[in-house]
Design a protein around this ligand. Structure first.
Ligand SMILES: [Fe+2]
Ligand SMILES: [Fe+2]
Length: 149
């Protein structure tokens, strides 16, 4: 059994790794295209599972409601930054500029979740609830990766 914060943190590691690899790519390469495709998939399925199994339960609790709303709002900001990268040509300087903006936003978001929200969540969830949510989150991620969506 894994608590929800530990399960989320594992996937944050995947995102950080992809971001640093992406920023090291140059021009319109297969590597850049493939890493960016992987990143957008990870961001999408993680945001979806995290909202369902972390933020939605927390939004129902007074002490964590504002943070949960803020976290979900940042997921939308991240989507908008992804759209900007997608709109640029892979070999343009705009692509790298937008990718850097995206990386900064994602890094800020992950840090905020890990630094602030996890501690607050652990303060309002029982160990049992945190493990149940962790399980649900991991199952959702497993299904999403299997379906490749
Ligand atoms: Fe998030
Ligand atoms: Fe997250």
């Amino acid at each position: 059994m894994m608590k929800i914060d530990q399960a989320i943190k594992l996937d944050h590691g995947i995102q950080r790794d992809l971001l640093s690899q992406i920023l090291a790519t140059e021009g319109d390469s297969q590597e850049r295209r493939q890493l960016f495709r992987q990143l957008t998939q990870e961001l999408t399925i993680h945001a979806d599972a995290e909202e369902r199994h972390f933020y939605v339960p927390l939004i129902k609790i007074d002490a964590t409601q504002d943070d949960a709303r803020h976290g979900i709002a940042e997921h939308h900001e991240i989507e908008e930054l992804v759209a900007k990268v997608k709109a640029a040509d892979f070999d343009s300087s705009a692509w790298l500029k937008h990718a850097k903006n995206l990386a900064e936003k994602v890094q800020h978001h992950l840090a905020e979740e890990e630094r602030d929200y996890f501690a607050k969540a652990n303060g309002v969830l029982s160990d049992e609830q945190a493990e149940e949510l962790g399980n649900q989150y991991l199952n959702a991620m497993k299904d999403a990766r299997k379906n490749g969506d």
